[in-house]
Write a protein that binds this ligand. Structure first.
Ligand code: GLN
Length: 244
């Protein structure tokens, strides 16, 4: 091989090596930004606990993230089709979902809550009879209202399903809904920033996990190791203190 060729190969080799060092992988994180404090829009940007959590895991494991805001009900399909690599959306680990995606170790626990307008006299009985109950499509709250109330004839009124909690809360505040069922930590936050009150809690004992495509063990290991390290080094507590 000529000296010239050797030099060309050496340069290519160095370039490949160098680019490997400087170009961290970027994963597309899918979320649904109507779920404060886990994910919400602030000054036109998607921020929140889940977003910071993924950024911190990325720092430890050497990857960057790009955030995509899509409807909650489309997240699993987006993961399956390769539009996103990771779901970070306060998503509850359920048996049905575990059949189609892989979940990380749990990172947060939650129940469901019932909220009504501030000036409403309704209590938990808003879930019974002829009332209009709002949910975000495809959530565990949607499933609970459907299976436990509607299918059993306890709720005889309408279940209104929305793409995002942003519109659910707007319709509750506008008086277009009688009540809303959603995750307790998010119900708490909405009750601080909107004229709505929590009137009951349903103990569902849910746990949130970060999801990746089935069999993507390389990425799942990075996420699980990341969560464990963040718990050990105190960053998880700092994130909780920042957002809750
Ligand atoms: N934890 C609920 C679920 O997984 C709601 C999540 C959400 O609305 N972002 O269905």
């Amino acid at each position: 091989m000529s000296l010239k060729k050797n030099i060309v190969f050496a340069i290519i080799g160095l370039f490949v090596l160098f680019s490997g060092f400087v170009m961290a992988e970027t994963y597309v994180v899918g979320t649904s930004a109507g779920f404060p404090p886990f994910e919400y829009v602030e000054n036109g940007e998607v921020v929140g606990f889940d977003i910071d959590l993924l950024r911190e895991i990325g720092k430890l494991k050497g990857f960057d993230i790009e955030v995509k805001d899509i409807s909650f009900d489309s997240l699993i399909a987006a993961l399956k089709s390769g539009n996103i690599d990771i779901i970070a959306a306060g998503m509850t680990i359920t048996d049905a979902r575990k059949e189609v995606v892989d979940f990380s170790i749990p990172y947060y626990s939650a129940n469901q809550s019932v909220i009504v307008q501030n000036d409403s006299d309704d209590d938990i009985t808003v879930l019974f009879g002829n009332h209009k109950i709002g949910v975000q499509t495809g959530t565990t709250g949607d499933l609970w209202v459907t299976e436990t109330l509607k299918d059993k004839g306890i709720l005889t009124g309408e279940i209104k399903r929305y793409d995002t909690f942003v519109y659910v809360i707007n319709d509750l505040v506008n008086g277009n809904l009688d009540g809303v069922v959603l995750d307790t930590p998010v119900a708490k936050r909405y009750s601080e920033i909107k004229p709505v009150n929590i009137v009951a809690e349903i103990i569902t004992g849910e746990e949130y996990g970060i999801a990746v495509n089935k069999g993507n063990t390389e990425l799942m290991n990075k996420i699980n190791e990341g969560i464990e390290e963040l718990i050990e080094n105190g960053t998880m507590d700092q994130l909780i203190a920042k957002y809750f």
